[in-house]
Design a protein around this ligand. Structure first.
Ligand SMILES: Cc1cc2nc3c(=O)[nH]c(=O)nc-3n(C[C@H](O)[C@H](O)[C@H](O)COP(=O)(O)O)c2cc1C
Length: 477
């Protein structure tokens, strides 16, 4: 049975020991960010829990974070599967989308706040990069709008800046689908209705952060993945529909050509992203469930929830492309967390000829402009998630003069501060040119045998390990 709402999902995370409650009171304006950073940086990915901050100073709404991308296991739990079957779940959903089911009433409208009562600042949006972000930010909004010609809705995650009791800033990058809605409305001289949703069944959240072609309805894909349609209710002040079991819905309108300064903001690569001019929203109404739960994503420097979420989705897309479209014998694909699931790509393959490693690099680079500024290809015996093994392959299966490929004049990585300056100034994103480096760390000829004890000896020793009385050094540095 699919999760009906965020609450059912949190109960499953809790049962699996993947959710940790922070019962101590915390300050959203500095402390939540620092606690999340320490959790993500200090706890290895496989042991990292999602967090629920139960008591936030000055607020009566608890905050959950890391519940979609705290770790690969959490991500798979959100999709009701295990880590090895994430790709199948996505494929089933995209192949069999399900139309939404319209209902008259939903818990998301149990409490209705209009006019003076609709105070955007009631939500516990944290300040993430204290002293550098201009204020509090919503990092996990599912922003819904509609194409004025076709009526097809779109849902995407675009960060939302708190700009007062009834105003929000919205940072939408140029290629995003919602930009087309704003443009089409503005060509008609009209504003754009918006609904910002917080806290839903987890599949909706994962579709919100995943790019789909323009015109694909994320509600229908989410229905396909869940195997049951998403139930939606009509908004009260804008012409949109929202998931009926959402925790919180903020309704509003982007005025025609309404733009203002937005940012700077601590970005996924670990550096501050520059401020820009972006749409703003005038809030018309807030509705929520009784005792609502608020959701956030941890972004900023990797490791982060953002790098985990992006990594899993992108790895699936690259693997499918290299295997199914290009017919390459690729056995695994890994976008490292340290590279923000963008900069460093490692591919393993059971190559059949010496040309295939380069083909695999080229295949990944041409699939999407941002993947793998540094791409390393290794043989299938190397565990691509173990940096020690990858470095070993780089050290002993690669010759720099032969096996390194540099490709110039490629698309830049977004928000990459190493992008060279021109005339003493940063180059505008639209004019940036970058390059890629690919390293073929596969064996090119027969290698000598490995210098380790025979496998049967290692297995025998493992089976009787207690016998040797060897203990790890406690508190070793
Ligand atoms: C944690 C996180 C934060 C994001 N923030 C933004 C953002 O502020 N602006 C943006 O344009 N895209 C952002 N994205 C990427 C979009 O959510 C993603 O590209 C999504 O597919 C957009 O929906 P669309 O394809 O329907 O436009 C973010 C992704 C993640 C995982």
């Amino acid at each position: 049975m699919p999760y009906r709402d965020l609450r059912e999902y949190l109960a499953v995370l809790e049962k699996k020991g993947l959710l940790c409650h922070v019962e101590a009171e915390v300050d959203k304006d500095w402390e939540i960010s620092a606690v999340c950073r320490r959790t993500f940086q200090g706890i290895p990915e496989r042991n990292r829990p999602a967090l629920m901050f139960d008591r936030i100073k000055g607020h009566d709404i608890p905050l959950v974070v890391g519940i979609l991308g705290g770790s690969r296991e959490i991500y798979a739990t959100a999709l009701e599967t295990d880590v090895g079957h994430v790709l199948e779940k996505w494929e089933a959903g995209t192949k069999n989308p399900l139309k939404v089911r319209r209902v008259e009433k939903g818990p998301c409208q149990e409490v209705v706040l209009r006019g003076e009562e609709a105070n955007f600042e009631m939500l516990p949006a944290p300040v993430w990069t204290v002293g550098q972000d201009p204020g509090a930010y919503h990092t996990s909004p599912f922003v819904i709008s509609r194409d004025p010609e076709t009526g097809i809705p779109n849902m995407g995650t675009y960060r939302v800046q708190v700009k007062g009791r009834d105003k929000a800033g919205l940072m939408i990058n140029p290629p995003r689908n919602m930009n087309q809605h704003i443009r089409k409305n503005e060509e008609r001289g009209q504003g754009t209705d918006v609904a910002i949703v917080f806290g839903t069944d987890p599949v909706l959240g994962l579709t919100s952060v995943t790019p789909f072609p323009y015109g694909v309805d994320e509600f229908e894909v989410a229905g396909g993945i869940r195997g049951e349609p998403i139930e939606v209710v009509k908004c009260l002040t804008v012409d949109l529909e929202v998931p009926a079991t959402a925790e919180i819905v903020v309704e509003g309108r982007i005025p025609c050509r309404g733009r203002e300064d937005e940012g700077p903001f601590g970005e996924y690569g670990g550096y501050m992203g520059a401020a820009g001019t972006h749409p703003f929203i005038e809030i018309t109404c807030i509705t929520h469930r009784k005792k609502p739960i608020y959701q956030a994503f941890l972004s900023q420097m990797p490791p982060s929830e953002s790098s985990c979420i992006k990594g899993i989705g992108r790895e699936a897309v690259i693997l499918r492309h290299l295997k199914n479209n290009l017919g390459l014998p690729v056995t695994g694909v890994h976008l490292t967390e340290s590279g923000g699931a963008t900069g460093i790509l490692i591919i393993s393959m059971k190559k059949r000829n010496r040309f295939q490693p380069l083909k695999a690099m080229m295949g990944a680079w041409s699939l999407h402009d941002v993947f793998g500024k540094l791409t390393i290809v290794v043989d299938e015996d190397i565990d691509i998630r173990d940096s020690y093994q990858v470095e070993w392959a780089l050290s002993f299966r690669m010759q720099p003069a032969e096996d390194v490929h540099i490709v110039r004049n490629t698309d830049p990585l977004t928000l990459d501060p190493s992008q060279p300056w021109k005339d003493g100034k940063m180059v505008k994103p639209t004019e940036q040119i970058s390059s890629k480096i690919g390293i073929d760390a596969t064996k090119k000829h027969p290698f000598p045998p490995l210098a380790v004890p025979p496998q049967e000896h290692l297995e025998k020793v493992a089976a009787q390990w207690q016998r040797y009385g060897i203990r790890e050094v406690k508190g070793g540095k």
